[in-house]
Design a protein around this ligand. Structure first.
Ligand SMILES: Cc1cc2nc3c(=O)[nH]c(=O)nc-3n(C[C@H](O)[C@H](O)[C@H](O)COP(=O)(O)O)c2cc1C
Ligand code: SF4
Ligand code: SF4
Length: 238
């Protein structure tokens, strides 16, 4: 476990920002806690702290400002957020200002859209559906890998289909993916799953959802959805 880096995330609305935080904590092999948990922690012992939340009324969550007030000027921070509106604008500015007043060095920032049902989105039943998605989670993992290469785990994909990835460094070899997959896409070799017929995959995500160590990533796209529909129409025709 990385003892130098800590991630603190307040994700109160739909857990959108939490998804980014999990991807980063996984990449950095570091702890991820909420502001509530951070109250009883000696956060000064960490060299670098990642601070993130959804954007609420044009700013990060107020609890993060309390955290910043306890940081010291030798510490470094990176910021992250998810926001509902099309543009990020100056949403990070107030937290950045608080950090610089505290003498904390800001080393980077990341933001992407998150599912939002507020304001004008009510009319259309919510905006940015499914966001942050797997692509965003990959992006944020890359962001921290570039920012802190010395602390980043090598999460190279060992088994990589076109759209199915198995992260062997996370996989515990339980075989659940093989058992659960309705299309028999996986086999187990040397106690690890391998993709044997990706063409049959219907992107149901059962394998991903049942994997106890979040080792599977399925890349969804319109192109693939259409390809699946075509394959099935052929299979079902006489
Ligand atoms: C009370 C409230 C206020 C919000 N204000 C903004 C805003 O000012 N700008 C914006 O882009 N999104 C705004 N949003 C949308 C959230 O930033 C977005 O849904 C975000 O992904 C929520 O993250 P979370 O699920 O981690 O809490 C607001 C959402 C809520 C609930
Ligand atoms: S997404 Fe569904 S069909 Fe595809 S490999 Fe996973 S369980 Fe099998
Ligand atoms: S379910 Fe996950 S952990 Fe278990 S074998 Fe499959 S990929 Fe590995």
């Amino acid at each position: 476990m990385n003892e130098k880096v800590l991630i603190i995330c307040e994700s109160i609305y739909h857990g959108n920002t939490h998804k980014l935080a999990v991807a980063m904590a996984r990449k950095l092999n570091c702890r991820l806690i909420t502001c509530e948990q951070a109250i009883s922690e000696n956060i000064q012992q960490y060299k670098i702290i990642g601070l993130g939340s959804g954007i609420y009324f044009t700013s990060h969550h107020p609890k993060l400002f309390n955290i910043v007030s306890r940081m010291e000027n030798m510490q470094k921070a990176f910021l992250f957020s998810t926001h509902g509106r099309p543009f990020l604008g100056k949403y990070h500015e107030s937290l950045k200002l608080a950090l610089s007043k505290q003498g904390v060095t800001i080393i980077g920032e990341f933001s992407c859209r998150g599912y939002d049902c507020t304001g004008p989105y009510i009319i259309v039943g919510g905006g940015n559906k499914g966001k942050p998605n797997e692509k965003d989670q990959k992006k944020v993992a890359k962001f921290v890998a570039r920012l802190l290469p010395e602390y980043s785990k090598n999460t190279d994909v060992v088994q990589n289909g076109n759209n199915i990835e198995i992260h062997y460094d996370e996989c515990i070899g339980c075989g659940k993916c093989k058992t659960i997959c309705p299309m028999k896409v996986f086999d187990i070799k040397n106690k690890k799953p391998i993709v044997i017929n990706e063409n049959d995959c219907i992107h149901c995500s059962l394998c991903k959802e049942q994997c106890p160590s979040q080792a599977i990533v399925i890349q969804h796209s319109w192109k693939e959805a259409i390809a699946i529909a075509k394959r099935h129409s052929k299979k079902n025709s006489l």
